[in-house]
Design a protein around this ligand. Structure first.
Ligand code: UDP
Length: 239
């Protein structure tokens, strides 16, 4: 049974970067996101776990194209997510939020290991959990990892924050097709049949199989993160 107050937020690594600066991690952007988390936590009895990506630092597939062994390259990507997780933890703790980074790759000096029961215990105590290193396996993405962890910890919804300026799921690519319209609700089957690119296919089919709803919203528009954490129906619901 899903816990209504328990939510997993998937945040791409690029959401921590900034279009305005060349920084891999932009302190102003991270602070803004952390503030919205803190506001939402103060307004609602929220159990929040954040799966952070690593695309601002490294992507496994990019390294593979350059000739790096895929599993090595994916490990590099996972380590990138740990850097992002620590940046996020720092910003959240600066605002007074108790935060724990749980890493799927063991690094005892830096983060706790991911242990499901421990993650749930942290959430019950009101701590923000930041999942680092995805699920710890190469060939997977942090989208799929977010879906997996959502199911494991019995979250009620997976909030997928986008960073590319698209505020939900569209019938076609809104950047190239003027007739594209945004869905308020779309089924898993339609997303899969039309290849609507909400998340990678592995993540989508996992959510479908486990009846885990996804809300896709624009993470970069101010106040959107807070509002989505409060349960406002922003963007598109996939269920
Ligand atoms: N990665 C992995 N296994 C996982 C999660 C991530 O191998 O369980 C690697 C993969 O190489 C991926 C990189 O980490 O490209 C960064 O994650 P992702 O691309 O999902 O980050 P995002 O696009 O969300 O920033």
């Amino acid at each position: 049974m899903a816990n209504e107050n328990r939510v997993v937020l998937k945040m791409s690594g690029e959401a921590l970067a900034s279009a305005a600066s060349d920084e891999t991690i932009d302190a102003v952007t991270v602070e803004r996101l952390a503030k919205e988390v803190a506001q939402a936590k103060s307004e609602r009895d929220l159990e929040l776990a954040i799966m952070v990506g690593g695309g601002n630092i490294w992507r496994g597939a990019t390294g593979e194209e350059a000739g790096i062994d895929r599993t090595t390259s994916d490990t590099m990507g996972m380590l990138g997510t740990v850097i992002n997780a620590l940046a996020l933890q720092d910003a959240l703790e600066t605002l007074g939020l108790a935060t724990r980074v749980l890493s799927a790759v063991q690094m005892a000096e830096v983060a706790e290991p991911y242990i499901r029961r421990r993650a749930i215990r942290h959430l019950e105590k009101g701590r923000v959990v930041v999942f680092a290193a995805g699920m710890g396996n190469p060939y997977f993405t942090t989208d799929t990892s977010a879906a997996l962890r959502s199911a494991e910890i019995e979250a009620s919804i997976l909030l997928k924050g986008t960073h590319g300026g698209v505020d939900g799921v569209y019938s076609a690519d809104p950047k190239s097709d003027a007739n594209a319209t945004r869905y308020e609700h779309v089924s898993f089957d339609e997303v899969i049949a039309k290849d609507l690119r909400v998340m990678d296919l592995t993540a989508i089919t996992f959510c479908k199989d486990n009846a885990l709803p996804i809300r896709v919203f624009d993470l970069m528009a101010p106040t959107n993160l807070r509002r989505s954490l409060l349960g406002e129906p922003l963007g598109t619901l996939v269920s």
